[in-house]
Design a protein around this ligand. Structure first.
Ligand SMILES: Cc1ncc(COP(=O)(O)O)c(C=O)c1O
Length: 383
């Protein structure tokens, strides 16, 4: 065997991906309600996105292991504008949020040790954790009109191998934020078991109303790492710049930053032009965020106004997605493949995000209104 066990994946496309591939090859037009790439959703970006590249500094390579100081200060300034204080020295720039996760897993866990991840959530976790040789267990988020952390189940999932709890705040796809009482519980749990917190806050700017929840930025009781990035904050996934910001007991943060600096220095992965542009871009973050937020709120309202009996849009406080619970839907796979073949509408089945039970589909709220309403209309009529 030439290859490692960690890459022993079944390399065959699933049925849905196969059907999609065939339909696209035949030139059929698909209405894509999984589209969450903002650069394909008809937004107009400020000319400064490109003009910020036109600076002579881009012709000099001046590597900095944590990321260029000016770019880290720009990230600190972006939080300061929201009233959140973070020291630029406690920030590491990475080329993606996935890379930030990888750095943190390397920092915090030995091979075989365990991180706890939410369920339902972001489908990339199994890959991210397995590729870094760490184990994971899922803790449930439960829905009873709002999504809540199942505190007992989370506590029960902690064992002697557990080193970190990962939060997605707000969570993808449930759009639920960590609440103050949940953070108090998490801090207590982590203190008792010497665990660190990793909070993926890439969607934090997209709250649909006031008082959606709390950020972990600046959380002081236990070692805490908040992740963010340009892909969601500015709708610029192609620019490939993300960050992690550390907080917690001062001596632990200092030790963590020393180690993270060496991890980051091993890769030096963020390119110079993007770091030079980050200050201009982040200072104007409000512009594109207003457009993105308007879009997701309008599409969400349309959806809520049009759901027929037997379908529920689960309540959420933010993010770019909506979860629909469809009464009597036992077989998500045949529903989504049928919808694709019969109506040419693509949605995510709930199992993609590891929902506890079947009966869910997930749609992106980012597509332009004319596409969204047409596609969602077909979805809601489909039986
Ligand atoms: C919860 C969550 N974290 C991270 C990412 C990816 O961010 P990046 O493009 O910075 O790697 C996504 C992308 O959809 C996401 O949903």
């Amino acid at each position: 065997m030439f290859f490692s066990r960690r890459t022993d994946w079944p390399l065959v496309p699933n049925e849905l991906a196969g059907i999609l591939q065939n339909m696209r090859a035949q030139g059929q037009e698909i209405l894509d309600l999984t589209e969450s790439n903002p650069t394909r959703c008809g937004f107009s970006y400020s000319p400064s996105v490109l003009s910020a590249f036109n600076v002579p500094e881009n012709l000099t390579y001046d590597p900095a292991s944590q990321g260029a100081p000016k770019a880290r200060q720009a990230v600190a300034g972006y939080y300061a504008a929201k009233g959140l204080s973070v020291n630029a020295d406690d920030i590491i720039l990475t080329s993606s949020t996935s890379e930030a996760y990888a750095f943190l897993l390397r920092l915090l866990l030995n091979p075989g040790e365990k991180a706890l991840v939410p369920r339902p959530s972001y489908p990339l976790f199994s890959f991210l954790l397995e590729l870094n040789d760490v184990a994971y267990a899922q803790y449930p988020l439960v829905y009873d009109g709002v999504w809540r952390l199942d505190q007992q189940a989370l506590q029960d999932a902690v064992d002697e191998k557990t080193r970190a709890v990962i939060l997605v705040n707000p969570n993808n796809p449930t759009g639920s934020y960590v609440q103050k009482d949940e953070l108090d519980f998490l801090n207590g749990l982590c203190l008792r078991h010497s665990l660190s917190l990793i909070s993926d806050e890439v969607f934090m700017d997209y709250a649909w109303g006031p008082r959606a929840g709390v950020t972990l930025m600046g959380n002081a009781s236990v070692p805490t790492f908040v992740l963010g990035g340009l892909s969601k904050a500015l709708g610029l996934p192609q620019m490939k710049m993300s960050w992690l910001a550390a907080s917690g007991p001062r001596d632990t943060v200092a030790a963590a930053m020393g180690r993270l600096e060496i991890i980051a220095d091993t890769f030096l992965s963020v390119n110079t032009p993007v770091q030079n542009a980050a200050g201009v871009w982040l200072a104007g973050a409000g512009g594109i965020q207003d457009h993105l937020l308007r879009r997701v709120k309008d599409n969400g309202q349309w959806l809520n106004a049009h759901v027929p009996a037997g379908v529920k849009v689960l309540s959420a406080q933010g993010g770019w997605y909506a979860v629909l619970a469809i009464e009597g839907l036992a077989d998500e796979e045949s529903f989504v493949t049928g919808l694709l073949k019969d109506e040419r509408v693509l949605v995510h089945p709930g199992y993609f995000f590891d929902f506890e039970a079947s009966g869910y589909v997930v749609v992106s709220l980012l597509p332009a209104a004319e596409i969204f309403c047409q596609a969602a209309g077909r979805l809601l009529r489909y039986k």
